[in-house]
Design a protein around this ligand. Structure first.
Ligand code: GUN
Ligand code: ZN
Length: 437
Protein backbone atom coordinates (compact mmCIF):
# COMPACT_ATOMS: atom_id res chain seq x y z
CA UNK A 1 0.00 0.00 0.00
CA UNK A 2 1.23 3.41 -0.93
CA UNK A 3 0.97 6.31 1.50
CA UNK A 4 0.78 8.92 -1.23
CA UNK A 5 -1.97 11.44 -0.51
CA UNK A 6 -5.41 11.02 -2.04
CA UNK A 7 -6.86 13.70 -4.31
CA UNK A 8 -10.42 13.83 -5.51
CA UNK A 9 -12.36 15.75 -8.15
CA UNK A 10 -16.14 16.03 -8.10
CA UNK A 11 -18.20 16.80 -11.23
CA UNK A 12 -20.11 14.87 -13.87
CA UNK A 13 -17.98 11.88 -14.93
CA UNK A 14 -17.84 9.93 -18.17
CA UNK A 15 -16.02 6.61 -18.65
CA UNK A 16 -15.98 3.69 -21.06
CA UNK A 17 -16.90 0.19 -19.88
CA UNK A 18 -16.81 -1.32 -23.35
CA UNK A 19 -16.31 -0.58 -27.04
CA UNK A 20 -19.32 1.35 -28.43
CA UNK A 21 -18.65 -0.13 -31.87
CA UNK A 22 -19.44 -3.55 -30.33
CA UNK A 23 -22.17 -2.83 -27.76
CA UNK A 24 -24.90 -0.17 -27.54
CA UNK A 25 -23.85 3.35 -26.49
CA UNK A 26 -25.65 2.89 -23.17
CA UNK A 27 -23.84 -0.37 -22.46
CA UNK A 28 -20.50 1.09 -23.49
CA UNK A 29 -20.28 3.91 -20.96
CA UNK A 30 -20.85 4.87 -17.41
CA UNK A 31 -21.97 8.40 -16.72
CA UNK A 32 -22.51 9.98 -13.31
CA UNK A 33 -24.38 13.29 -13.05
CA UNK A 34 -22.65 13.75 -9.66
CA UNK A 35 -19.46 11.73 -9.80
CA UNK A 36 -16.13 11.64 -8.07
CA UNK A 37 -12.65 10.59 -9.23
CA UNK A 38 -10.06 9.60 -6.64
CA UNK A 39 -6.38 9.75 -7.59
CA UNK A 40 -3.28 8.57 -5.80
CA UNK A 41 0.33 8.24 -6.87
CA UNK A 42 -0.45 9.37 -10.43
CA UNK A 43 -3.21 6.82 -10.95
CA UNK A 44 -6.96 6.72 -10.76
CA UNK A 45 -7.87 4.52 -7.82
CA UNK A 46 -11.64 4.98 -7.91
CA UNK A 47 -14.46 6.53 -9.93
CA UNK A 48 -18.12 6.45 -9.01
CA UNK A 49 -21.15 8.30 -7.67
CA UNK A 50 -19.96 11.08 -5.34
CA UNK A 51 -22.14 9.95 -2.42
CA UNK A 52 -20.70 6.45 -2.41
CA UNK A 53 -17.10 7.61 -2.92
CA UNK A 54 -17.32 10.22 -0.16
CA UNK A 55 -18.72 7.63 2.24
CA UNK A 56 -15.96 5.21 1.37
CA UNK A 57 -13.06 7.68 1.74
CA UNK A 58 -13.67 9.89 4.78
CA UNK A 59 -11.63 13.11 5.01
CA UNK A 60 -11.11 13.25 1.25
CA UNK A 61 -9.92 16.60 0.00
CA UNK A 62 -12.28 17.29 -2.90
CA UNK A 63 -12.03 19.88 -5.68
CA UNK A 64 -15.51 20.62 -7.03
CA UNK A 65 -16.28 21.53 -10.63
CA UNK A 66 -20.01 22.29 -10.88
CA UNK A 67 -21.39 22.32 -14.46
CA UNK A 68 -18.28 20.51 -15.65
CA UNK A 69 -17.62 17.05 -17.02
CA UNK A 70 -14.51 15.00 -16.22
CA UNK A 71 -13.27 12.51 -18.78
CA UNK A 72 -9.97 11.04 -19.88
CA UNK A 73 -7.55 13.39 -21.63
CA UNK A 74 -7.74 13.17 -25.41
CA UNK A 75 -5.27 10.95 -27.25
CA UNK A 76 -4.06 12.34 -30.60
CA UNK A 77 -2.72 9.40 -32.57
CA UNK A 78 -0.86 11.37 -35.30
CA UNK A 79 0.57 14.89 -35.18
CA UNK A 80 3.67 16.75 -36.43
CA UNK A 81 5.01 19.08 -33.75
CA UNK A 82 7.34 21.04 -36.10
CA UNK A 83 4.37 21.89 -38.33
CA UNK A 84 2.67 24.03 -35.68
CA UNK A 85 4.00 27.14 -37.39
CA UNK A 86 2.55 26.25 -40.81
CA UNK A 87 -0.96 25.31 -39.69
CA UNK A 88 -3.47 27.09 -41.93
CA UNK A 89 -1.27 27.35 -45.04
CA UNK A 90 -3.20 28.09 -48.22
CA UNK A 91 -3.90 26.45 -51.51
CA UNK A 92 -1.94 23.20 -51.91
CA UNK A 93 -2.53 19.47 -51.80
CA UNK A 94 -0.20 16.91 -50.22
CA UNK A 95 2.91 16.76 -52.40
CA UNK A 96 3.14 20.48 -53.22
CA UNK A 97 2.07 21.36 -49.66
CA UNK A 98 5.04 19.32 -48.36
CA UNK A 99 7.51 21.11 -50.64
CA UNK A 100 6.12 24.60 -50.31
CA UNK A 101 5.35 24.79 -46.59
CA UNK A 102 6.38 21.71 -44.62
CA UNK A 103 9.97 21.07 -45.60
CA UNK A 104 11.11 24.71 -45.20
CA UNK A 105 9.53 24.80 -41.72
CA UNK A 106 11.07 21.49 -40.68
CA UNK A 107 14.56 22.65 -41.70
CA UNK A 108 14.53 25.16 -38.86
CA UNK A 109 14.52 22.34 -36.30
CA UNK A 110 18.18 21.65 -36.94
CA UNK A 111 18.64 24.41 -34.36
CA UNK A 112 18.41 22.96 -30.88
CA UNK A 113 17.03 26.09 -29.24
CA UNK A 114 14.41 26.49 -31.96
CA UNK A 115 13.40 22.86 -31.45
CA UNK A 116 13.11 23.35 -27.69
CA UNK A 117 10.92 26.41 -28.11
CA UNK A 118 8.77 24.55 -30.64
CA UNK A 119 8.37 21.56 -28.31
CA UNK A 120 7.32 23.82 -25.42
CA UNK A 121 4.73 25.66 -27.49
CA UNK A 122 3.43 22.40 -28.95
CA UNK A 123 2.91 20.67 -25.60
CA UNK A 124 1.32 23.81 -24.11
CA UNK A 125 -1.10 23.86 -27.02
CA UNK A 126 -1.90 20.14 -26.62
CA UNK A 127 -2.70 20.64 -22.94
CA UNK A 128 -4.87 23.70 -23.46
CA UNK A 129 -6.91 21.47 -25.78
CA UNK A 130 -7.16 18.62 -23.29
CA UNK A 131 -4.75 16.40 -25.23
CA UNK A 132 -2.59 14.52 -22.75
CA UNK A 133 -1.07 11.88 -25.04
CA UNK A 134 0.08 12.22 -28.66
CA UNK A 135 1.94 10.20 -31.24
CA UNK A 136 4.34 12.77 -32.59
CA UNK A 137 6.43 13.12 -35.74
CA UNK A 138 9.55 15.18 -35.09
CA UNK A 139 11.89 16.22 -37.91
CA UNK A 140 14.82 14.34 -39.41
CA UNK A 141 17.08 15.97 -36.80
CA UNK A 142 17.72 13.86 -33.70
CA UNK A 143 17.76 17.06 -31.64
CA UNK A 144 14.10 17.71 -32.50
CA UNK A 145 13.14 14.39 -30.90
CA UNK A 146 15.45 15.08 -27.96
CA UNK A 147 13.71 18.42 -27.42
CA UNK A 148 10.24 16.89 -27.50
CA UNK A 149 11.03 13.92 -25.24
CA UNK A 150 12.80 16.17 -22.74
CA UNK A 151 9.93 18.64 -22.56
CA UNK A 152 7.33 15.85 -22.27
CA UNK A 153 9.40 14.20 -19.51
CA UNK A 154 9.59 17.49 -17.65
CA UNK A 155 5.78 17.53 -17.66
CA UNK A 156 5.56 13.78 -16.95
CA UNK A 157 3.40 13.30 -20.07
CA UNK A 158 2.87 9.92 -21.72
CA UNK A 159 3.86 10.56 -25.32
CA UNK A 160 5.27 8.56 -28.15
CA UNK A 161 7.46 10.22 -30.76
CA UNK A 162 10.19 9.59 -33.24
CA UNK A 163 12.79 11.26 -35.36
CA UNK A 164 11.61 11.22 -38.98
CA UNK A 165 13.56 8.96 -41.36
CA UNK A 166 13.97 10.52 -44.79
CA UNK A 167 16.88 9.78 -47.14
CA UNK A 168 15.58 10.80 -50.57
CA UNK A 169 13.24 13.26 -52.32
CA UNK A 170 13.82 15.78 -49.57
CA UNK A 171 15.95 18.93 -49.48
CA UNK A 172 19.52 18.76 -48.34
CA UNK A 173 19.53 19.63 -44.67
CA UNK A 174 16.40 17.54 -44.24
CA UNK A 175 17.87 14.20 -45.23
CA UNK A 176 19.61 11.45 -43.32
CA UNK A 177 21.00 8.19 -44.69
CA UNK A 178 19.90 4.62 -44.12
CA UNK A 179 22.79 4.21 -41.68
CA UNK A 180 22.62 7.56 -39.87
CA UNK A 181 18.83 7.30 -39.56
CA UNK A 182 19.19 3.87 -38.03
CA UNK A 183 21.98 4.99 -35.69
CA UNK A 184 20.19 8.15 -34.53
CA UNK A 185 16.93 6.29 -33.96
CA UNK A 186 18.72 3.61 -31.98
CA UNK A 187 20.48 6.21 -29.85
CA UNK A 188 17.10 7.88 -29.15
CA UNK A 189 15.52 4.54 -28.27
CA UNK A 190 18.27 3.77 -25.79
CA UNK A 191 17.85 7.18 -24.24
CA UNK A 192 14.07 7.69 -24.21
CA UNK A 193 12.15 4.46 -24.86
CA UNK A 194 10.28 3.28 -21.75
CA UNK A 195 12.13 5.88 -19.73
CA UNK A 196 9.51 7.52 -17.53
CA UNK A 197 6.37 7.79 -19.62
CA UNK A 198 8.06 8.11 -23.02
CA UNK A 199 7.72 5.51 -25.74
CA UNK A 200 9.82 5.56 -28.91
CA UNK A 201 8.10 5.37 -32.27
CA UNK A 202 10.19 4.42 -35.31
CA UNK A 203 9.12 7.02 -37.89
CA UNK A 204 9.87 6.60 -41.60
CA UNK A 205 8.02 9.64 -43.03
CA UNK A 206 6.42 7.76 -45.94
CA UNK A 207 7.58 5.39 -48.66
CA UNK A 208 8.50 8.08 -51.23
CA UNK A 209 11.07 9.76 -48.96
CA UNK A 210 12.90 6.59 -47.96
CA UNK A 211 15.10 4.35 -50.08
CA UNK A 212 14.48 0.60 -49.87
CA UNK A 213 17.70 0.45 -47.82
CA UNK A 214 16.30 2.88 -45.26
CA UNK A 215 12.97 1.07 -45.00
CA UNK A 216 14.85 -2.16 -44.53
CA UNK A 217 16.97 -0.62 -41.75
CA UNK A 218 13.80 0.65 -40.06
CA UNK A 219 12.35 -2.87 -40.18
CA UNK A 220 15.55 -4.30 -38.69
CA UNK A 221 15.46 -1.72 -35.90
CA UNK A 222 11.84 -2.54 -35.09
CA UNK A 223 12.79 -6.22 -34.79
CA UNK A 224 15.47 -5.26 -32.29
CA UNK A 225 12.96 -3.23 -30.24
CA UNK A 226 9.59 -4.88 -30.83
CA UNK A 227 7.87 -2.98 -28.03
CA UNK A 228 8.65 0.34 -29.71
CA UNK A 229 5.93 1.67 -32.00
CA UNK A 230 6.13 2.40 -35.73
CA UNK A 231 4.36 5.22 -37.55
CA UNK A 232 4.23 6.38 -41.14
CA UNK A 233 1.77 7.62 -43.78
CA UNK A 234 -0.20 5.57 -46.27
CA UNK A 235 -2.66 6.09 -49.09
CA UNK A 236 -3.52 9.71 -48.41
CA UNK A 237 -3.54 11.28 -51.87
CA UNK A 238 -3.89 9.94 -55.42
CA UNK A 239 -0.67 11.53 -56.74
CA UNK A 240 1.20 10.11 -53.75
CA UNK A 241 -0.17 6.62 -54.42
CA UNK A 242 0.82 6.82 -58.11
CA UNK A 243 4.34 7.91 -57.07
CA UNK A 244 4.70 4.96 -54.70
CA UNK A 245 3.69 2.62 -57.57
CA UNK A 246 6.48 4.10 -59.72
CA UNK A 247 9.08 3.90 -56.96
CA UNK A 248 8.22 0.38 -55.81
CA UNK A 249 6.95 -1.38 -58.97
CA UNK A 250 7.38 -4.85 -57.51
CA UNK A 251 5.04 -4.22 -54.55
CA UNK A 252 1.37 -5.11 -55.03
CA UNK A 253 0.13 -1.90 -53.38
CA UNK A 254 1.18 0.90 -51.01
CA UNK A 255 0.99 -1.09 -47.77
CA UNK A 256 2.82 -3.87 -49.57
CA UNK A 257 5.92 -1.64 -49.45
CA UNK A 258 5.83 -1.48 -45.66
CA UNK A 259 4.99 -5.17 -45.48
CA UNK A 260 8.02 -6.02 -47.61
CA UNK A 261 10.36 -4.25 -45.21
CA UNK A 262 9.02 -5.62 -41.92
CA UNK A 263 7.01 -2.52 -41.04
CA UNK A 264 3.65 -4.24 -40.70
CA UNK A 265 2.40 -5.57 -37.37
CA UNK A 266 0.74 -4.71 -34.09
CA UNK A 267 2.01 -1.29 -33.03
CA UNK A 268 2.18 -0.03 -36.62
CA UNK A 269 0.21 3.20 -36.93
CA UNK A 270 -0.53 4.28 -40.50
CA UNK A 271 -1.72 7.86 -41.01
CA UNK A 272 -4.71 8.51 -43.32
CA UNK A 273 -5.46 5.24 -45.18
CA UNK A 274 -8.16 6.93 -47.25
CA UNK A 275 -7.82 5.05 -50.51
CA UNK A 276 -6.92 1.53 -49.38
CA UNK A 277 -7.67 -1.51 -51.56
CA UNK A 278 -9.09 -4.82 -50.32
CA UNK A 279 -5.73 -6.54 -49.95
CA UNK A 280 -4.40 -3.71 -47.82
CA UNK A 281 -7.43 -3.77 -45.53
CA UNK A 282 -7.09 -7.54 -45.08
CA UNK A 283 -3.40 -7.07 -44.33
CA UNK A 284 -4.09 -4.51 -41.58
CA UNK A 285 -6.59 -6.84 -39.92
CA UNK A 286 -4.33 -9.84 -40.13
CA UNK A 287 -1.34 -7.94 -38.72
CA UNK A 288 -3.27 -6.10 -36.00
CA UNK A 289 -1.96 -2.80 -37.35
CA UNK A 290 -4.08 0.34 -37.33
CA UNK A 291 -5.01 3.57 -39.08
CA UNK A 292 -4.99 7.11 -37.73
CA UNK A 293 -7.98 8.95 -39.11
CA UNK A 294 -6.99 12.59 -39.67
CA UNK A 295 -10.26 14.26 -40.63
CA UNK A 296 -9.36 17.98 -40.57
CA UNK A 297 -6.25 17.24 -42.59
CA UNK A 298 -8.10 15.07 -45.08
CA UNK A 299 -10.49 17.91 -45.84
CA UNK A 300 -8.04 20.81 -45.44
CA UNK A 301 -5.44 19.49 -47.90
CA UNK A 302 -8.18 17.90 -49.98
CA UNK A 303 -7.13 14.26 -49.66
CA UNK A 304 -10.52 12.51 -49.46
CA UNK A 305 -13.27 11.05 -47.31
CA UNK A 306 -12.17 8.23 -44.99
CA UNK A 307 -14.49 5.20 -44.89
CA UNK A 308 -15.10 4.92 -41.14
CA UNK A 309 -18.11 2.66 -41.53
CA UNK A 310 -16.41 0.23 -43.90
CA UNK A 311 -13.22 -0.01 -41.88
CA UNK A 312 -14.31 0.31 -38.26
CA UNK A 313 -18.08 0.03 -37.84
CA UNK A 314 -18.31 -3.48 -39.26
CA UNK A 315 -18.14 -7.10 -38.17
CA UNK A 316 -14.39 -7.41 -38.77
CA UNK A 317 -12.92 -3.99 -37.93
CA UNK A 318 -9.52 -2.40 -38.41
CA UNK A 319 -8.04 -0.64 -35.34
CA UNK A 320 -8.59 3.10 -35.78
CA UNK A 321 -7.43 6.15 -33.82
CA UNK A 322 -8.36 9.80 -34.20
CA UNK A 323 -5.75 12.42 -34.96
CA UNK A 324 -5.28 16.14 -35.57
CA UNK A 325 -2.37 15.75 -38.04
CA UNK A 326 -1.34 19.34 -37.39
CA UNK A 327 -0.15 21.13 -39.58
CA UNK A 328 -1.90 19.39 -42.54
CA UNK A 329 -4.70 19.23 -40.00
CA UNK A 330 -6.25 22.62 -39.32
CA UNK A 331 -6.82 22.43 -35.55
CA UNK A 332 -5.25 21.32 -32.27
CA UNK A 333 -8.75 20.90 -30.88
CA UNK A 334 -10.11 17.38 -30.58
CA UNK A 335 -13.59 18.93 -30.62
CA UNK A 336 -12.88 20.27 -34.12
CA UNK A 337 -11.34 16.93 -35.05
CA UNK A 338 -14.37 14.97 -33.85
CA UNK A 339 -16.67 17.41 -35.62
CA UNK A 340 -14.79 16.92 -38.90
CA UNK A 341 -14.96 13.14 -38.44
CA UNK A 342 -18.71 13.44 -37.97
CA UNK A 343 -19.10 15.65 -41.04
CA UNK A 344 -17.04 13.34 -43.24
CA UNK A 345 -19.20 10.44 -42.10
CA UNK A 346 -22.30 12.50 -42.95
CA UNK A 347 -20.96 13.09 -46.47
CA UNK A 348 -20.64 9.32 -46.84
CA UNK A 349 -24.15 8.68 -45.48
CA UNK A 350 -22.89 7.15 -42.22
CA UNK A 351 -24.53 8.14 -38.94
CA UNK A 352 -21.53 8.38 -36.59
CA UNK A 353 -22.71 8.19 -32.97
CA UNK A 354 -20.96 10.49 -30.45
CA UNK A 355 -20.17 7.50 -28.22
CA UNK A 356 -18.03 6.10 -31.04
CA UNK A 357 -16.39 9.42 -31.85
CA UNK A 358 -15.42 10.16 -28.23
CA UNK A 359 -14.17 6.59 -27.95
CA UNK A 360 -11.83 7.06 -30.91
CA UNK A 361 -10.60 10.38 -29.47
CA UNK A 362 -9.57 8.68 -26.23
CA UNK A 363 -9.45 4.93 -25.69
CA UNK A 364 -9.57 3.99 -29.38
CA UNK A 365 -6.45 6.05 -30.10
CA UNK A 366 -4.82 4.65 -26.95
CA UNK A 367 -5.42 1.08 -28.16
CA UNK A 368 -3.86 1.93 -31.52
CA UNK A 369 -0.77 3.06 -29.59
CA UNK A 370 -0.81 -0.10 -27.47
CA UNK A 371 -1.53 2.03 -24.39
CA UNK A 372 -5.19 1.13 -23.99
CA UNK A 373 -4.60 -0.28 -20.52
CA UNK A 374 -2.76 2.85 -19.34
CA UNK A 375 -4.39 5.97 -20.76
CA UNK A 376 -7.57 7.00 -22.57
CA UNK A 377 -10.13 6.11 -19.91
CA UNK A 378 -11.42 7.49 -16.65
CA UNK A 379 -11.29 4.19 -14.85
CA UNK A 380 -9.70 2.50 -11.90
CA UNK A 381 -6.08 1.51 -12.54
CA UNK A 382 -5.56 3.98 -15.40
CA UNK A 383 -2.95 6.72 -15.24
CA UNK A 384 -4.59 9.91 -13.99
CA UNK A 385 -4.46 11.93 -17.23
CA UNK A 386 -7.79 13.68 -17.40
CA UNK A 387 -9.57 16.83 -18.44
CA UNK A 388 -12.31 18.90 -16.87
CA UNK A 389 -14.67 20.25 -19.54
CA UNK A 390 -16.73 23.37 -18.90
CA UNK A 391 -20.14 22.50 -20.37
CA UNK A 392 -21.14 26.18 -20.54
CA UNK A 393 -18.04 27.78 -22.01
CA UNK A 394 -19.77 30.41 -24.14
CA UNK A 395 -23.25 31.90 -24.49
CA UNK A 396 -24.36 29.83 -27.48
CA UNK A 397 -23.37 26.59 -25.74
CA UNK A 398 -25.12 27.65 -22.52
CA UNK A 399 -28.26 28.36 -24.53
CA UNK A 400 -28.07 25.07 -26.44
CA UNK A 401 -27.42 23.14 -23.20
CA UNK A 402 -30.86 24.17 -21.90
CA UNK A 403 -32.37 21.95 -24.57
CA UNK A 404 -30.08 18.94 -24.27
CA UNK A 405 -32.10 15.96 -23.10
CA UNK A 406 -29.39 13.41 -22.29
CA UNK A 407 -25.65 12.87 -22.07
CA UNK A 408 -25.41 12.05 -25.79
CA UNK A 409 -26.93 15.38 -26.77
CA UNK A 410 -24.57 17.10 -24.33
CA UNK A 411 -21.50 15.34 -25.70
CA UNK A 412 -22.58 15.88 -29.28
CA UNK A 413 -23.26 19.60 -28.95
CA UNK A 414 -19.92 20.09 -27.17
CA UNK A 415 -18.17 18.29 -30.00
CA UNK A 416 -19.81 20.59 -32.55
CA UNK A 417 -19.64 23.90 -30.68
CA UNK A 418 -16.83 23.80 -28.11
CA UNK A 419 -13.19 24.80 -28.49
CA UNK A 420 -10.20 25.31 -26.20
CA UNK A 421 -12.23 27.73 -24.08
CA UNK A 422 -14.16 24.70 -22.79
CA UNK A 423 -11.08 23.03 -21.31
CA UNK A 424 -11.21 24.18 -17.70
CA UNK A 425 -8.39 22.08 -16.27
CA UNK A 426 -6.07 19.27 -17.25
CA UNK A 427 -4.39 16.75 -14.94
CA UNK A 428 -1.37 14.69 -15.93
CA UNK A 429 -0.46 11.75 -13.70
CA UNK A 430 -2.71 13.26 -11.05
CA UNK A 431 -1.13 16.73 -11.08
CA UNK A 432 -2.94 19.79 -12.38
CA UNK A 433 -0.82 21.04 -15.28
CA UNK A 434 -3.25 23.45 -16.92
CA UNK A 435 -6.04 25.68 -15.72
CA UNK A 436 -8.12 28.04 -17.84
CA UNK A 437 -8.71 30.94 -15.49
N1 GUN B 1 2.90 12.44 -45.93
C1 GUN B 1 4.23 12.52 -45.75
N2 GUN B 1 4.55 13.51 -44.90
C2 GUN B 1 3.40 14.06 -44.52
C3 GUN B 1 3.08 15.13 -43.64
O1 GUN B 1 3.94 15.78 -43.03
N3 GUN B 1 1.76 15.41 -43.50
C4 GUN B 1 0.78 14.73 -44.14
N4 GUN B 1 -0.49 15.05 -43.93
N5 GUN B 1 1.07 13.72 -44.98
C5 GUN B 1 2.35 13.40 -45.16
ZN1 ZN C 1 0.94 13.30 -40.96
Amino acid sequence: MTNAPLKALRAQTFSFKDDPFCVSPEDAISYESDGCVVMQGGKIIDVGPAQAILAQYPNLEVTQYPDHLIMAGFVDSHVHFPQTEIIASYGEQLLTWLNKYTFPAEMKFADEVYAQQGATFFLDECLRNGVTTSSVYCTVHAQSAEALFAEAARRNMRITAGKVLMDRHAPEGLSDTAQSGYDDSKMLIEKWHNKGRGVYCITPRFAPTSTPEQLEAAGVLWKEYPDALMQTHVSENHNEIAWVKELFPDCPDYLGVYEKFGLMGAGANFGHGIHLVEREIALLKEAGAGISHCPTSNTFIGSGLFDMQGLRDCADPVTVGLATDVGGGSSFSMFDTMKAAYEIAQLRGYNFHPAKIYYLATLGSAHLLRMGDKVGNLAKGYEADLQVINLKSRPLITERMKHARDIWEVLFLQMILADDRAIKAVYVAGEKVYENA
